[in-house]
Design a protein around this ligand. Structure first.
Ligand code: BES
Ligand code: MN
Ligand code: ZN
Length: 497
């Protein structure tokens, strides 16, 4: 979909669908009032007659509205003006776009970004309106033969601004489009099944990104990983016929002397649990166990598209976790790249085993900060549900930056404690540490494990086990936490408003 800005009297815009916000009562948003006047009280009448009530999130499509140039009005309820929140505004955007998508409209104009919200600048509100529309218009139907169900006819969306868009606002639309492109990549990679999205597939995607955006791309094969001593990562790959890959992508938008931010994404393209085999129920969802990898690639896509003035390195350790004849056994001891030894008590705690070697590798990049993103623990879903991403780290300012980036984009993360007290749970009688910490506090003990490999730099960990995909009939990757990460990097680059 194409995104743009537009100015002009809303009643005179030639479009397939004009989105208007409607409050339950009282003064209406400027664009809505203008259309109501031009339409001789058309909206007021609908409200009065009860055909539409303006309740939050309700919608009504009015075809061929009299006195209005648009082919359709898409009215969306904003509820009570005094109670309109950032979240309510976002829900109104979603409801309106979904209503447009249920028609055959090929273009639309959205006036909602000019409904003022206290905590949102003009630039932020158009950027978010673009992201919300992109999210709603996403489809993953490449494996459906024709006719494609639920196909999208909408090709372009314009954001109406009251006066000619400032540079900040038109830049924000372009940034929104880049975030959408990044999220779409993340969602596509996540939704692809394990037989297609293999480590080799991810490596090829990285090469494609590098080619498109002129990035440096390094793919380490198994032999190179052996040389570096990545025996923890390799222990996970042992049960699979798919060759593991270690992907390093470098985007240099900042000054040469500036230290890079490093994003590390867990890339388990399928997690059977290995010899500690998972139960059958919902195991298909373990194709999403590379969503950390997909999200850091998606973030890189967004950042490169925006040409952010920042240096960014993305690292993706990727392998399958399969129970083959040469698979790692519970009780096996391996030496990680850091030199620390690990007793692998449970082969299903494999995410930390591939991440620890990637985190050690990250040291050589002399990073300003390292953030890893991983579908790491079921315990995180128990603790935070499918709303918040788990957030832990060894540096309070970094943790705070990530938390506020999440709040600003409604892609929220919540901190869990990384206190020393939990470290004892990882004790092993035979090696420097075990790879599991017992029944309780699973998200924290997983992060404790990682913290033993991140002492050289400011580090934070995002556990996206609950937020990377949706279950049930609308099963699919969400594209999270691309909005959070992009915002975090925009802020670091001095480009957040
Ligand atoms: N990929 C899983 C975590 C996961 C499970 C994410 C379910 C989303 C939904 C991870 O590799 C895993 O299996 N973790 C184990 C760790 C345990 C063995 C200490 C878990 O959470 O059960
Ligand atoms: Mn696992
Ligand atoms: Zn896993």
């Amino acid at each position: 979909m194409k995104f743009s800005t537009k100015t002009g009297a809303p009643q005179s815009l030639s479009t397939d669908a004009l989105i208007l916000g409607v409050f339950e009562r009282g003064a209406q948003p400027t664009a809505t009032a203008a259309v109501d006047t031009a339409g001789k009280g058309l909206i007021g009448r609908l409200l009065k007659q009860g055909d539409f009530n303006g309740k939050a999130g309700s919608t009504l499509v009015v075809r061929h509205p009299e006195g209005i140039k648009a082919a359709r009005l898409v009215l969306v309820g904003l509820g009570n003006a005094a109670e309109l929140t950032h979240k309510g505004w976002a829900q109104a955007n979603r409801a309106a776009i979904n209503a447009v998508l249920s028609t055959t409209a090929t273009d639309a104009v959205n006036t909602l970004s000019s409904v003022a919200l206290n905590d949102l600048s003009a630039a932020a509100s158009v950027r978010q309106a673009v992201v919300l529309a992109g999210e709603c218009a996403y489809r993953f139907n490449s494996f459906k033969t024709t006719p494609k169900p639920d196909a999208v006819t909408l090709k372009s969306l314009a954001l109406l601004t009251e006066t000619k868009a400032t540079k900040a606002v038109s830049d924000a639309v372009a940034q929104g489009a880049d975030i959408v492109a990044g999220m779409n990549l993340t969602r596509d990679l996540g939704n692809l099944p394990g037989n297609i999205c293999t480590p080799t597939y991810l490596a090829n995607e990285a090469k494609k990104l590098a080619k498109t955006f002129g990035l440096k791309c390094l793919i380490l094969e198994k032999a190179a990983m052996e040389k570096l001593g990545m025996h923890s990562l390799l222990a996970v790959a042992k049960g699979s016929h798919q060759p593991p890959k270690f992907i390093v992508l470098e985007y240099n938008g900042g000054k040469k002397t500036e230290k890079p931010v490093v994003l590390v994404g867990k890339g388990i393209t399928f997690d059977t649990g290995g010899i500690s085999l998972k139960p059958a129920a919902e195991m298909d969802e373990m194709k999403y166990d590379m969503c950390g990898a997909a999200s850091v690639l998606g973030t890189l896509r967004a950042v490169a598209g925006m040409k952010l003035p920042i240096n960014l390195v993305v690292i993706v350790p990727t392998t399958e976790n399969m129970p083959g004849g040469s698979a790692t056994r519970p009780g096996d001891i391996v030496t990680s790249m850091s030199g620390q030894t690990i007793e692998i008590l449970n082969t299903d705690a494999e995410g930390r085993l591939i991440l620890c070697d990637a985190l050690t590798y990250a040291e050589r990049l002399k990073p300003a900060a390292v953030v890893d993103v991983a579908t790491l623990t079921g315990a995180c879903v128990v603790a935070l549900g499918q709303v918040a991403t788990g957030l832990l780290g060894n540096n309070d300012p970094l943790v705070n930056e990530l938390r506020s980036a999440g709040t600003a984009t409604m892609d929220r993360a919540w901190e869990l404690p990384l206190w020393d007290d939990y470290q004892d749970l990882l004790k092993s009688p035979f090696a420097d540490m075990a790879n599991i910490g017992g029944r309780w506090g699973g998200t924290i003990t997983a992060a404790c494990f990682l913290s033993r490999f991140t002492k050289a730099y400011p580090w934070a960990h995002l556990d996206i086990a609950g937020t990377a995909w949706i279950q049930g009939k609308d099963k699919g990757a969400t594209g999270r936490p691309v909005p959070l990460l992009t915002r975090f990097l925009m802020a670091r680059a001095g480009k957040a408003d």
